[in-house]
Design a protein around this ligand. Structure first.
Ligand code: G4P
Ligand code: MG
Length: 175
């Protein structure tokens, strides 16, 4: 699988464009719900442009033994959310729309609890067949569309200098 590397600067620029798409659309949102871990940093950057508060949930596909589970697990969910949020327009934020399984699960579970005015925004949208389905009328925004490549995010880097070297060398012409 082809791999690509992103630096923080290009992510920040892409999220500015994402904010502009959201602001130019017919929808507006009162708050964000970031899906952790990947949605945290994109949501925080987006907040600089949208000026709406960020709430968080954390879902994981992996159990304590690092084994994949059938459905995403709720590491942290909506307990403690202000009840008034159910009447608000909420934008769910994640870093990548990949299989869409996590996004479908998150939307379905939030709707089940009475959060009914939802939209979804992601940094990267992979062009591929999706396992998960989102309601057709749900606002959906992505900053960047990519093929089914593996995206290396700077926040996952154990060696950020090596990560930035990969960002630079991938853009050099071959041979
Ligand atoms: P989706 O609904 O957003 O499409 O997510 P999906 O369930 O398909 O993704 C399962 C996990 O794989 C998610 O991590 C997602 O962030 C991660 N993932 C998918 N494609 C890529 C990629 O190209 N690069 C990277 N770095 N991660 C990818 P998760 O279990 O939510 O973990 P977390 O890192 O968000 O905590
Ligand atoms: Mg995630």
């Amino acid at each position: 699988m082809k791999k690509i590397w992103y630096n923080y600067e290009d992510i920040h620029r892409a999220i500015k464009q994402l904010a502009e798409k959201i602001q130019a659309s017919e929808h507006s949102f009162d708050a964000m719900i970031a899906i952790g871990g990947g949605g945290f940093i994109p949501a925080r950057i987006l907040r600089s442009f949208l000026n709406i508060p960020v709430y968080t949930v954390t879902l994981s596909y992996y159990d304590v033994n690092d084994q994949p589970t059938d459905l995403p697990q709720k590491i942290q969910w909506t307990d403690g959310f202000d009840k008034k949020l159910k009447e608000k327009k909420l934008l769910i934020i994640d870093e990548v729309d990949d299989s869409r399984a996590t996004l479908e699960f998150c939307v379905r579970e939030l709707q089940h609890e009475g959060f009914n005015q939802l939209g979804v925004a992601v940094l990267h949208e992979k062009r591929k067949t999706k396992k998960g389905v989102l309601p057709a009328d749900m606002p959906f925004y992505s900053a960047i569309q990519v093929d089914d490549w593996w995206i290396n995010y700077p926040w996952d880097a154990l060696d950020i200098d090596e990560h930035y070297q990969n960002v630079v060398s991938q853009s050099l012409p071959e041979n």
